[in-house]
Design a protein around this ligand. Structure first.
Ligand SMILES: *Cc1c(COP(=O)(O)O)cnc(C)c1O
Length: 385
């Protein structure tokens, strides 16, 4: 790496003066906990992703837990999840005392399919968590219909998928329940934060209660009332609240979503064109039925590439490029050593042979040339070339 070459991060949140001002306004308003800004963020986010109702929470992880509680998942139940996901997807099942059952994914999208879920389903299967992995939508039509047919609930892990579409609609449209993340690694951020979107109003009402200790009246509503309000605790809830400071930032970020996704898609198209002459480097693409927001731009290295994934990562790092290993596989982690899943060949191939390239609003065409140049040079060393 020469002195003039700047280090290229894998991801950078797009945060500006507007977010700083919005956060400052929330602080100076004197109401910093969950309040009116959270309520507005819930309305506007749900509308943006085509969902009926939003329930803001502290993270996608707590959102997934809340979703499973809403569905009544508990001890003795099995929940089918992809191993090929951030580990929180599987952990949320364990929080309920239920058992995650790992399904394999398809090579092109990194997502579970009707066939891979059906292969591991049992009479104890209570729910499926399907992930829109890295922003690539799963086949919502096929999986939603299959889950209905099986009589099994479908939770959508849309942590990465704000701004992705399937069959011409945002992925939140038509989802019974979906969980979203606003961690800085995702396309829009509130620092930490998440959202559960639901289609039924009664789930939104209960979800809001569950995230606030099971209280029948929110702290914000009690505060707004001139008369003393005696709250009741209707069931065992949690503190999964988002703050108004986070929601203030989220409202500004939401206004940037369409532009950020358009820019990511342009950069991804340019990566795809550049990689076309790098043998054995297969970039993620839109599936036939939808459009990804390219939250993660991953590249699968095949035998043709001529170098291993870890060698590619270290060569990129030496050139000042922060790439990342591909999406993890939960069943290969010590926390799931006892899980003994059936063979997950596609999951293992993807997780071992893919890497995630930098993609963010500050990435330039020159950066992309530099990054793909490193991969091209590595590939050209392959035997026979
Ligand atoms: C990031 C991520 C999560 C966790 O989101 P948090 O908001 O950090 O809790 C869950 N599932 C998937 C697929 C993710 O990528």
């Amino acid at each position: 790496m020469t002195a003039v070459e700047r280090r290229i991060p894998v991801m950078q949140p797009m945060l500006g003066e507007e977010e700083a001002r919005a956060a400052a306004e929330a602080v100076l308003s004197g109401w910093v906990a969950q309040g009116p800004r959270v309520a507005e963020f819930e309305r506007r986010f749900a509308a943006a992703v085509g969902a009926g109702h939003g329930v803001a929470v502290s993270s996608c992880t707590t959102g997934l837990h809340l979703a499973l509680v809403l569905l009544g998942v508990g001890p003795g139940d099995e929940v089918v999840v992809p191993s090929f996901s951030f580990i929180a997807t599987a952990n949320a099942v364990r929080y309920c005392g239920a058992t995650p059952i790992f399904a394999d994914v398809e090579l092109t999208t990194g997502n579970v399919t009707v066939e891979t879920v059906d292969a591991v389903r049992t009479p104890r299967t209570r729910a499926v968590i399907a992930v829109h992995q890295g922003g690539v939508p799963f086949d919502v039509r096929a999986l939603r219909a299959a889950a209905d047919g099986w009589g099994v609930a479908l939770v959508e892990d849309a942590a990465c998928a704000a701004g992705s579409t399937a069959y011409g609609a945002p992925v939140g449209a038509g989802a019974a329940v979906a969980a979203w993340s606003f961690h800085p690694r995702k396309v829009i951020t509130t620092g930490e934060g998440g959202m559960v979107t639901v289609d039924r109003e009664e789930w939104a009402v209960r979800g809001r209660r569950l995230r606030e200790h099971g209280m029948n009246v929110s702290a914000a509503d009690r505060h707004a009332s001139a008369q003393p309000v005696l709250e009741a605790y209707l069931e065992t809830g949690f503190n999964y609240r988002m703050t108004d400071i986070q929601a203030a930032v989220g409202l500004v970020q939401l206004g940037r979503l369409a532009g950020l996704v358009a820019q990511r898609r342009d950069l991804a198209a340019r990566y795809q064109a550049l990689l076309a002459d790098v043998p054995g480097a297969v970039p993620v693409r839109d599936p036939a039925y939808g459009r990804t927001n390219f939250q993660s731009f991953w590249v699968l290295l095949t035998d043709e590439f001529g170098a291993g994934r870890d060698e590619a990562l270290s060569t990129l790092a030496a050139a000042g490029v922060s790439a990342r290993r591909g999406i993890m596989a939960a069943h290969l982690e010590p926390a799931y050593a006892e899980a003994h899943p059936p063979a997950l060949p596609v999951t293992e191939r993807l997780t071992r042979n893919s890497l995630i390239l930098p993609l963010h609003h500050n990435l330039t065409g020159d950066d992309q040339d530099r990054i793909v140049g490193v991969l091209r040079a590595l590939s050209s060393r392959a035997p026979g070339r």
